[in-house]
Design a protein around this ligand. Structure first.
Ligand SMILES: Cc1ncc(COP(=O)(O)O)c(C=O)c1O
Length: 423
């Protein structure tokens, strides 16, 4: 069958951004069965035994509880499962001295869906034909923001400034406030903190400044905290989660060991939450309740926060250390290579300045020596202007073993040397 597609149908069925690369990765892995490929492309977290055990224990608790039937055999509220909402309100009010009520919370089937609701409720055309923009203040950012918007022209990303430490081969992106425009034409602002793909953590001052710019226009600012504290606590630098006013603090349990259960959490102004909740009711009625029920136990007991600090964070932070120390010893000092400061998330981000070939070509060269990383150009959704930097970066997942990461970075250093020499 070849049914005609609508404009939205064509757009949503397109393989865009990182999904196109992942198709190539899967085909490469299938074609090279038996060969030892080191795959550092995945965004899928590893299964950590202590974390799996936590979810098993919470599941056993649910099975033994009289609530089981109520959880899985009945529909519930489209706002989410009440005991999980209560656990979040209680924990966050105590931990961050907030004054939240249940009306400030929405639970969604994964946080990706939350950005889909937000992008389309606040971005796109208003009923009188004005285009409301979705602003990504610091590009590169999460590639998934590229796919959530039904009106692609609404998505606008801003080029960053680069804070470069040449002698140590490190750099950090910063928002370019001289360019960033948040106006009456802005529908919403979205950014990840810590950032996928770069591991950047916007400073408290930078976040406050963005929220303040958006406030006079009543623009909600969605802070994608998929890697932030208190869970999964994948920040390797101090950071304070931000709440209140026009900020919607958005979380995910995916990097806290529960990606299969699809749990997203939004904490924000009641009116914004109501809009998102209606969107959710129309779309899927409510998220699955089994995952929400076990999450309620893990948050209420404090076990999730504890395991995030003592197991999840040190595990990935150590992987980053392995990666950066290997690059420091394997990459020649004479090459213009720059690793983004590893402030959080489960990725490293490498910039090869003045790379003589494109990121896609370099990715192919790496595949030839058995290493797979993700070419960086897919991580600039909404940044339409030409910028050579977009073809000079790579996202390297921290989900390999220490040995795999070491070998892969040594191989990468060799390929880089050859490529720059052949210039
Ligand atoms: C920054 C960021 N936001 C959102 C998501 C989507 O997560 P979820 O599984 O909650 O839909 C991801 C997934 O990798 C991510 O990295």
């Amino acid at each position: 069958m070849n049914p005609a597609l609508t404009k939205i149908g064509a757009q949503m069925s397109n393989l865009s951004g990182v999904r196109a690369i992942m198709k190539d990765v899967i085909e490469t892995l299938e074609a090279s069965k038996g060969k030892d490929l080191i795959n550092l492309s995945a965004g899928n977290p590893l299964i950590l035994p202590e974390v799996e055990q936590l979810w098993r224990d919470c599941t056993a608790q649910l099975l033994a509880s009289p609530d089981y039937g109520e959880v899985v055999c009945r529909y519930g509220s489209s706002q989410g499962y009440a005991p999980l909402i209560e656990a979040i309100v209680k924990d966050f009010n105590r931990r961050y001295e907030l004054n939240l009520s249940a009306r400030n919370i929405l639970l969604t089937p994964g946080s990706q869906s939350l950005y889909f609701y937000a992008a389309n409720a606040f971005g796109g055309y208003t009923s009188n034909g004005e285009l409301k923009q979705i602003i990504l203040p610091l590009s590169p950012d999460y590639t998934g923001y590229g796919g959530v918007c039904l009106v692609p022209e609404a998505l606008i990303a801003y080029k960053p400034t680069l804070d470069i430490d040449a002698s140590s081969h490190r750099f950090k992106y910063r928002p370019d406030f001289s360019q960033l425009a948040i106006t009456e034409n802005t529908g919403c602002v979205i950014f990840s903190r810590p950032c996928n793909p770069t591991g950047n953590v916007l400073t408290d001052d930078e976040v406050n400044k963005i929220a303040l710019m958006a406030k006079p226009h009543d623009v909600p600012v969605f802070i994608d905290s998929a890697y932030a504290p208190p869970f999964p606590a994948l920040n390797f630098t101090d950071m304070t989660p931000k709440f209140g006013g026009n900020i919607v603090h958005c979380m995910s349990l995916s990097k806290a060991g529960l990606p299969g259960e699809r749990i997203g959490i939004a904490i924000g102004d009641e009116r914004v939450i109501e809009v998102l909740q209606s969107f959710q009711t129309n779309m899927c009625i409510h998220p699955s309740r089994y995952g929400q029920a076990i999450a309620a136990y893990a948050i209420d007991s404090g076990a999730l926060v504890e395991i995030s600090k003592t197991v999840i964070r040190p595990f990935y932070q150590n992987k980053f250390t392995v990666l950066e120390s290997t690059l420091d010893s394997a990459m020649p000092d004479s090459l213009p290579w720059f690793l983004h400061r590893g402030e959080g998330a489960i990725f490293a981000w490498l910039w090869l300045q003045n790379l003589p070939i494109t990121d896609w070509e370099f990715y192919q060269r790496l595949k030839e020596v058995g290493v797979i990383v993700v070419p960086g150009s897919t991580f600039f959704p909404g940044l339409n202007q030409e910028w050579e930097h977009k073809q000079q970066c790579f996202r390297i997942s921290l989900t390999g073993s220490d040995q795999e990461i070491t070998i892969a970075m040594e191989q990468l250093a060799q390929v880089a040397q050859t490529v720059y020499q052949d210039r």
